[in-house]
Design a protein around this ligand. Structure first.
Ligand SMILES: [Zn+2]
Length: 202
């Protein structure tokens, strides 16, 4: 098969074949795989990877290049991390206009590729151009999300899932909404976390 990232042919080595990888055979070669850097544990968020150059390039192709097939690249990692969680999974939504221009929601597609069910309980009501704003403006950008649907929040536990964690403003805002509606515990999970000393804007 061909690697989805570098287009070179590859064979998955036998050491890769555990139960999860039989369910989700790898779609990228080991060389590309090794270009991603596992995240160090931290208190703010559960992250799979550090936002390095390989991840930046991946996100550019997946999200901005609209290459939806790349949702499969990390499906076994996401499946493994979230499959046995008892909390309700909540995907950070896109604004309707952003969804229209991008054609797909990157977080929902990551979860769907990994066969992880999620609840659609949030709606993004403010269409922001985050990358054009300063850090202070982004941190002050409140009330961008509203609850929707019939799900009971009271007494429930949630995991908010996003693709990239930069300042924590987005998950922080959603966490506050859920807690203020009676959620007992809200944690967050992301594909990649920007190192706090790096100034990437994504
Ligand atoms: Zn490759």
């Amino acid at each position: 098969m061909m690697c989805l990232l570098c287009d070179r042919p590859f064979q998955a080595s036998s050491s890769w074949y555990d139960v999860v990888l039989r369910k989700f055979p790898p779609v990228i070669c080991e060389r590309c795989r090794e270009s991603f850097e596992a995240a160090e544990p931290n208190d703010d968020v559960e992250a799979l990877f550090t936002y390095n150059d390989a991840m930046k390039h991946y996100i550019e192709r997946y999200k901005f290049g609209k290459d939806v097939a790349l949702a499969e690249v990390f499906r076994s990692d996401i499946y493994e991390a979230l499959r046995n969680r008892r909390e309700t999974i909540v995907a950070v939504p896109l604004h309707r206009e952003r969804l229209h221009e991008r054609t797909f929601s990157q977080v929902h597609c990551l979860l769907e590729a990994a066969h992880i069910p999620y609840a659609n309980i949030l709606k993004k009501v403010v269409h922001d151009q985050q990358s054009k704003k300063t850090l202070a403006e982004r941190q002050n950008n409140k009330n961008r999300f509203l609850l929707q649907g019939e799900i009971c929040i009271q007494g429930q536990e949630f995991i908010i899932v996003d693709d990239i964690y930069t300042t924590g403003a987005t998950v922080g805002e959603i966490k506050n909404i859920l807690l203020s509606h009676g959620a007992t515990k809200v944690s967050s999970f992301v594909l990649a976390k920007v190192k706090s000393n790096k100034n990437y804007l994504v």
